[in-house]
Design a protein around this ligand. Structure first.
Ligand SMILES: Nc1ncnc2c1ncn2[C@@H]1O[C@H](COP(=O)(O)OP(=O)(O)OP(=O)(O)O)[C@@H](O)[C@H]1O
Length: 376
């Protein structure tokens, strides 16, 4: 288990470090004691929609931060912007003090900031081990010309395969090593994507809805892997609609609504925050989303509400899919949408660019066009 150096020269275990995360009171945009990412005035518009309009945001190092908010709040767009998969209209941000604005996504990954996608990007027609090896192409110095020096390449390749096998064993995917990724379940693909991201020895791992589509049998395993990332000294930022997960593994929660950060703080406090409740629930504000019965209570309120669309074809924030599982999982619904964000929804012919961390050609133009389409 890794340990952090304190300013007084001692060490602190990341898992038990109870020093305050924020420098002062928790509030939107508050300063952190030790931020790994600092963003200022980052904005992204699609047509007339302000998808992201973040004045100031700091992500605390060596912590697990959850980014939550209702559908369309701008969470995925913010991920895309920070990791170079999309370009904002304005703004700057630093990762470990280094300016990233305008940097290509593969370079961002090389610096140690990696992300996974809401819809996994494993390559179905490649085997599990081949997918893992592809992840290594983001490593510093991993250039095609190295292949010309067979000796160097040979030993390098051995190292890469060794590391890939180690990670596969850790994620219990070693028995699937030579299977096509297409044969994996949704949850296994999520694990593979997370394992692949670790091939570059990242410092910050950004997970976009790691639990979405994951079979309950794999849920605990995924949660444990995320906690392990922190135990090993990494910082985690994840987008999630599952409040149960947020409450149980996040050290810090950032809430977005309509592109802005509307609340921040420790999970227990944030779940009670009026701005959060308003953002999620509108008028239904007496519900504690973090309590096991919260969603049930909300559904009952909505059922009695004449304006509610729950149970209709136009289901709103809480859909029929949102149920309390036996494990009391609370899910704020995720409508059938998935708008292809830049770099998402590519077919396999285009996907290799993605695996190498390169922004797909013309991604920004495509999204601009999509924005215009939406305006029509
Ligand atoms: N490529 C795009 N073209 C046009 N509009 C877009 C595009 N991507 C996102 N948007 C719009 O930007 C806003 C923010 O979307 P985004 O997907 O970032 O939200 P989100 O918080 O991640 O939502 P969800 O929880 O549903 O994934 C939404 O209004 C969405 O419709």
């Amino acid at each position: 288990m890794s340990e952090a150096q304190t300013t007084s020269g001692g060490t602190v275990d990341y898992m038990t470090d109870s020093r305050p995360i924020a420098e002062g009171p928790a509030a939107p945009g508050c300063r952190k004691r030790d931020p790994i990412v600092v963003a200022d005035n980052v904005s992204r518009r699609f047509g007339g929609i302000n998808a992201v309009d973040v004045e100031h945001l700091e992500i605390p190092r060596h912590k697990i931060t959850a980014l939550i908010g209702p559908n369309g709040a701008g969470k995925t767009t913010l991920f895309n912007l920070l990791t170079g998969f999309d370009t904002p209209q304005s703004g700057k941000w630093q990762f470990e003090g280094r300016d990233l604005a305008g940097m290509a996504s593969y370079k961002v990954a090389r610096l140690g900031m990696v992300r996974t996608f809401q819809l996994t990007k494993v390559m179905g027609k490649l085997t599990v081990i081949e997918n893992m090896r592809l992840g290594a192409s983001e490593q510093p110095g991993e250039k095609l010309r190295n292949a010309l020096f067979r000796g160097i390449w040979g030993s390098r390749e051995k190292d890469i395969t060794g590391k890939a096998e180690e990670l596969l064993a850790k994620f219990k995917l070693d028995t699937k090593r030579d299977d096509y990724a297409a044969s994996l379940s949704g949850g296994q693909r999520k694990l593979l994507e997370m394992a692949r991201a670790l091939m570059v020895n990242p410092k910050l791992v950004m997970l976009d809805e790691p639990m979405a589509g994951v079979n309950p049998a794999l849920t605990q395993s995924l949660l444990d892997h995320i906690k392990n990332l922190k135990a090993e000294g990494m910082t985690v930022l994840f987008v999630e609609h599952d409040m149960h997960m947020v409450r149980h593994i996040a050290d810090w929660v950032v809430v977005m609504a309509e592109g802005k950060v509307v609340a921040e703080g420790p999970p227990a406090d944030v779940m009670k925050d009026q701005a959060v409740i308003d953002a999620y629930l509108g008028a239904h504000h007496d519900v504690d989303l973090g309590a096991a019965g919260g969603l049930k209570e909300l559904e009952e309120e909505l059922a009695a509400d004449e304006e509610s669309v729950v149970g209709t074809a136009d289901a709103g924030i809480i859909s029929e899919e949102s149920v309390l599982s036996e494990a009391e999982t609370i899910t704020v619904s995720h409508p059938a949408k998935h708008r292809a964000a830049p770099g998402e929804g590519l077919d396999e012919a285009e996907a290799p660019d993605e695996a190498a961390g390169r922004a797909p050609h013309g991604a920004t133009e495509a999204t601009e066009d999509a924005g215009k389409e939406e305006q029509k």
